[in-house]
Design a protein around this ligand. Structure first.
Ligand code: GRF
Length: 203
């Protein structure tokens, strides 16, 4: 299954996917292309270093979301992409893009959804004072971080954590979970029934 990985920033989750692919750990998933909406995202260099094609579709050059999403779809076309991983992609996707890949877009979010959706989830968790947070890999639907949940890992919140410290601890777990879910998805081991996701881990 040919994936596009969409990024906006640092790209540590992209790196985890690239490393896992290089070690044969995500087959039959294949990273066909990396798309960034930010021309200066550090994630781009990671993709180039791994010899992956990179396309930049700068949202600032588009007046509205539909035009931005059309540009992304056109940019992805040559790569015959079948599925999408959002790995720190900081734009909200609308119906136009999401409908092009039905049940084929996954996202990693740094909280235990449905707690703390949206921006700055680790900061929200620290401010709220929760003792456990974590990460969630979920399908993308038309809402913000509302899609069916595929897998979650809990991460403890320490008393002296600030948002950055908690986010780093969460990231480390995302780096394991996202490649694994990508593999399972490509292997056809993930099924959605209503909004519940069933994952078969054994053959
Ligand atoms: C991750 O924590 C992801 O959950 C969130 O943004 C962060 C991206 O980090 N959506 P990176 O760019 O992969 O390092």
């Amino acid at each position: 299954m040919r994936f596009a990985v969409l990024v906006s920033g640092r790209g540590s989750n992209l790196q985890a996917l690239l490393d896992a692919e290089a070690r044969g750990l995500i087959a039959p998933a294949e990273i066909a292309v990396v798309l960034s909406n930010r021309p200066k995202a550090p994630a781009i260099a990671r993709a180039q270093h791994a010899d992956k094609p990179v396309v930049v579709v700068n949202h600032r050059r588009h007046d509205d979301r539909d035009s931005f999403e059309t540009a992304m779809l056109i940019a992805l076309e040559p790569y015959r992409v079948e599925a999408i991983v959002l790995a720190g992609f900081m734009r909200i996707l609308g119906e136009h893009f999401v409908s092009a890949f039905p049940d084929r877009i996954i996202n990693t979010h740094p909280s235990l959804l449905p707690a703390f959706p949206g921006l700055n989830a680790p900061a929200q968790a620290v401010e709220h004072g929760v003792k456990v947070s974590g990460c969630t890999v979920h399908f993308v639907d038309f809402g913000v971080d509302t899609g069916p949940i595929i897998a979650q890992v809990a991460v403890p919140v320490k008393d002296d954590d600030d948002a950055a410290a908690l986010h780093e601890r969460i990231r480390a777990r995302e780096h394991e979970l996202l490649p694994e879910v990508t593999r399972l998805m490509a292997a056809g081991r993930i099924a959605i029934r209503d909004r519940r996701v069933h994952v078969t881990t054994s053959a």
